[in-house]
Design a binder for this molecule. Structure first.
Ligand code: AMP
Ligand code: ZN
Length: 561
C-alpha cells in the first residue's frame, strides 16, 4: 500500500504534475469531441435517415466508430451520413488510438520508468561498514548533526521507510540513506547496527521505544534517544536506551535562564559534579562597561569566566575582553562562588517579570523552570496546551497589540518567544522590541537559517533548537564528560603529562598554549580540587578537567599528550 501511495505521489510533483495537467486538458477535449459527435449523430439520423435515437445510443455509436469496432448495427445509408461516419472514425484513430497512447507513454510511462531505473534505494550499508552512526528520524536537529558528522568524517546513515524522503535525501542532498522500516529486525541487521558507533532514535516516543527494543534484542551498540514527553524517559530507558535527551525541556531551561534578570543562581545551566556552569547577562551588573580584567570576577567571587556570548557568538575571553551591555558571561564555580557573585551583582531585581509567548512543550518547560526559581511569568498562546494542567495562559492572537498589552509586555523585564513558527517568532520579536525597547528578548529559532533574522529583529539572545540538539548528540557521540552544557563549550578530561610534573598551573602554560581553562583537578584518592589556584602544583597522572571550544580541545589533545 505504501508503495502504491509513494508511486502515486511521484505523479503529483514537479514535471509529472505539469504533464498530468496536459493529460487532463486532453481528456476534456476528447469528452467535448465525443459529446458533440453524439449530438450530431442524433441530429443527422433524424434529418437524413428519419430515425430517432437517444443520446446514449449516440454515445455508443460514436465510441464504436472512433475505436474502429464498428458493430454495424446502426448505419447511415445517405452519402452525407457516410461522410460523417468516416470523419468520426478517422478522428477516433488520430485522437484516441494514436495521440492518447503516445501521450501516455511519452508524458508518464517513459519518465516514470526512467525515474525508477535511475533510483534504487539502498536496503543496507556496505558489508565492511563499521563505526557508523545510524539515525532514525529526519528533522532540523538531526540535519544539523549530520553537518557536524560530515566535518569530522564520521560515516552516518539515515533510515526511512518513506520512498520520497529517501529519493530526496539521496539524490538531491547526497546523504546516505537506507530504505526500510526502522523497527524491522531485518532492516537493522542490514544496517550492521552491531558494528555501528551509535544509534540515534529521533522519531516519536512510541516509535523510538519500538526501535530501541528491536535494536537491543540484536546488539549492545549504544543508543541515544530524543524524548518528547519527559515522563516517557523511564520507558525509553527500560527499552534499553543509554541516553535519553529531554530536548524540549533543555531548550525551555536554556530560554528561561537567559531571559530572567534575577541573580546568578537563577542562571545555572548545568552542573559537573560540584561545579556549576551559569550564564549571566552583564546588563544591570557593576561589570558593564569594564574589561574582564577590570571586572576582576575571579578575585571578587572565586568564579572563572570561561566563555563570552556576544549576539550569538561564543568565544573564550582574554583579560582585555570588554563586557558590554549585551554580553553574557559564562562562569564556572561552586554554589558558594555564585552566592558571592550575587552579593556583588545584587541578589535579584524584585520586579522581575517574564512574558512567554508560546505555551507548547518548550514554553511550558521554560515556565516550569522560572517557577522553581521563583520568577513571576505570564504565558500567552493562541490555544490552550493539552499537556499542561499547571499553568494558565492568556489565550489569544499574540500578533494583536491588545493581547500583548494584556500580557503586560510594557512591564515585562524579560520576554521568551517560543512558538514553533519562526515567521511568527520574528514578528513577535520585532513587535515587542518596539513596544518595550528595554525588555530582554530571548527567541527560539526552529531552523538554523533563521537565527540571524531573529537577531536582526531585535533579540538579545537566540536559542537554536537544531544546534542545541545537535551539540548534545555530538557530545554524546564523542563521550564528553558533560552533555547538556552551553553551546560551543566542551568539558573534558586530560591527564597531566609527565613533562608538567611539579609545575604550577600558572607555569604550565596550558591556557597560553591551548586556550582551555582548567576548572578542576581530579587526583585519585583525594577530593577533587575545584577551580584550582594558579599556584597549584601539578602531579603527573592527575586528571585535569578542562573547558574550551572544540578547536581548543583539539589543541589541548595535541599539546598535552
Ligand atoms: P512547542 O513546539 O511544543 O513548543 O509548541 C509551540 C507552541 O506555539 C504551540 O503551543 C502553538 O500553539 C504556539 N504557537 C504557534 N504559532 C503561534 C502564534 N502565531 N501565536 C501564538 N502561539 C503560537
Ligand atoms: Zn505549562
Amino acid at each position: 500500500m505504501k508503495f502504491v501511495v509513494s508511486e502515486m505521489a511521484y505523479f503529483l510533483r514537479g514535471r509529472a504534475r505539469q504533464n498530468l495537467k496536459v493529460l487532463l486538458s486532453y481528456f476534456a477535449f476528447l469528452t467535448a469531441l465525443i459529446v458533440s459527435y453524439s449530438l450530431l449523430f442524433q441530429y443527422l439520423q433524424r434529418r437524413l435517415e428519419g430515425e430517432e435515437h437517444s443520446f446514449i445510443t449516440g454515445f455508443y455509436w460514436v465510441i464504436t466508430a472512433m475505436t474502429t469496432l464498428g458493430y454495424g448495427d446502426i448505419t447511415f445509408e445517405s452519402d452525407p451520413g457516410r461522410l460523417f461516419s468516416a470523419i468520426v472514425t478517422i478522428s477516433g484513430v488520430i485522437f484516441l488510438l494514436i495521440f492518447l497512447p503516445f501521450g501516455m507513454i511519452s508524458l508518464f510511462l517513459a519518465p516514470w520508468i526512467e525515474n525508477r531505473m535511475r533510483y534504487r534505494p539502498a536496503h543496507g550499508v556496505p558489508p565492511e561498514m563499521e563505526g557508523h552512526v545510524v539515525i532514525f528520524g529526519l528533522d532540523p536537529v538531526t540535519r544539523a548533526l549530520t553537518r557536524k558528522l560530515k566535518s569530522q568524517d564520521i560515516p552516518f546513515f539515515f533510515v526511512t521507510e518513506n520512498y520520497e524522503e529517501a529519493l530526496r535525501l539521496d539524490e538531491q542532498e547526497g546523504t546516505k540513506v537506507v530504505y526500510g522500516s526502522p523497527a524491522d529486525p531485518q532492516v537493522l541487521k542490514k544496517l550492521r547496527i552491531e558494528s555501528a558507533r551509535y544509534l540515534i532514535a529521533n522519531m516519536g516516543d512510541t516509535d523510538n521505544t519500538n526501535i530501541i527494543l528491536t535494536a537491543r534484542s540484536l546488539c549492545k551498540t549504544p543508543i541515544a534517544a530524543i524524548v518528547e514527553e519527559p515522563e516517557h524517559i523511564e520507558f525509553l530507558r527500560l527499552a534499553g536506551a543509554d541516553q535519553v535527551i529531554p530536548l524540549k525541556r533543555i531548550l525551555g531551561r536554556d530560554l528561561a535562564t537567559r531571559a530572567t534578570t534575577q541573580g546568578a543562581l537563577a542562571h545555572v545551566l548545568d552542573s559537573f559534579g560540584k561545579l556549576l556552569v551559569a550564564e549571566l547577562p552583564v546588563h544591570g551588573t557593576p561589570f558593564a562597561g569594564l574589561t574582564l580584567a577590570q571586572a576582576s570576577v575571579r578575585e571578587r567571587t572565586g568564579l572563572a569566566v570561561v566563555g563570552i556570548w556576544e549576539r550569538g557568538d561564543f568565544s573564550i575571553p582574554v583579560p582585555e575582553t570588554p563586557l558590554g551591555e549585551n554580553t553574557v558571561i559564562v562562569v564556572v564555580g561552586t554554589q558558594e562562588h555564585l552566592e558571592a557573585l550575587e552579593k556583588v551583582t545584587g541578589e535579584k531585581s524584585e520586579e522581575d517579570l517574564v512574558l512567554i509567548i508560546g505555551h507548547g512543550r518548550i514554553g511550558c518547560a521554560a515556565a516550569a523552570f522560572l517557577e522553581r526559581r521563583p520568577v513571576p511569568f505570564i504565558l500567552v498562546d493562541q490555544a490552550p496546551n493539552p499537556h499542561c494542567s499547571e499553568h494558565i495562559a492568556v489565550i489569544g492572537d499574540a500578533t494583536s497589540r491588545s493581547i500583548l498589552q494584556q500580557a503586560a509586555i510594557e512591564e515585562a523585564k524579560g520576554l521568551i518567544v517560543t512558538t514553533n513558527d519562526d515567521g511568527a517568532n520574528i514578528f513577535f520579536t520585532l513587535a515587542c522590541r518596539r513596544l518595550n525597547p528595554h525588555v530582554r528578548i530571548v527567541s527560539r529559532a526552529n531552523r538554523e537559517e533563521n537565527v540571524e533574522q531573529l537577531y536582526t529583529a531585535g533579540a538579545d539572545f537566540v536559542v537554536s533548537n537544531a544546534s542545541v540538539g545537535a551539540n548534545i548528540l555530538m557530545n554524546i557521540l564523542e563521550q564528553k564528560a558533560s552533555i547538556f552544557l552551553s553551546e560551543g563549550m566542551n568539558v573534558f578530561r586530560s591527564p597531566v603529562p609527565a613533562s608538567m610534573n611539579g609545575k604550577t598551573l600558572r607555569n604550565s602554560g596550558i591556557r597560553d598554549r591551548t586556550g582551555c581553562t582548567v576548572i578542576a583537578l581530579e587526583e585519585s584518592g583525594k577530593e577533587t580540587t575545584i577551580l584550582p589556584s594558579p599556584d597549584e602544583k601539578l602531579t603527573a597522572g592527575t586528571n585535569l578537567i578542562l573547558i574550551g571550544s572544540a578547536e581548543q580541545e583539539a589543541a589541548c589533545r595535541r599539546n598535552l599528550s
